[in-house]
Design a protein around this ligand. Sequence first.
Ligand SMILES: [Zn+2]
Length: 169
Amino acid sequence: MKKLQLLIQRALLEIQILQIRLVIFLLKQKRTIPNLPKPKYIVLHHGGGDWSFYQVNNHHKNKWGFKSSLGYYIGYHKWISYNGKLFIARRDNEEGAHTVEKGRPHYWNRNSVGICLQGNMEEEQPTESQLNTLKKELDNYNIPIKQHKEIFATLCPGKNLSKWLSENY
Ligand SMILES: [Zn+2]
């Protein structure tokens, strides 16, 4: 009986070692894995310019190279184009690369879904199509919404999107 217990303990230990090796392997590959609990917040962003999803994806690929389990490099979980099209770049339970807080570099990326709208909402108005898609997403999650500028010194997500948010949520 004792021998069986030892065998089981050893097997469990070996499984743990394999899990750790897998994480190290994935980190070396600069890949993130969907292994986090449910997100607690939404963090809202604007792109800051008219770059498309693929342009920003390419930019983040060259800058950081952190690949998601869905094969994208863009740091946001979700992206909404001018025409309202929704891109899903990272799973909700996967670490993002969109919001760093001083003293808490990983907290928001691990506990929130980063949603970004194409455009510079400091100067442009979000399109009707973008807002329709965004509203569906926000209502669907139904969790607290933060704006990037509440966490970090930035204008993101831009005053026009902030205004819409304060009027609607
Ligand atoms: Zn932002």
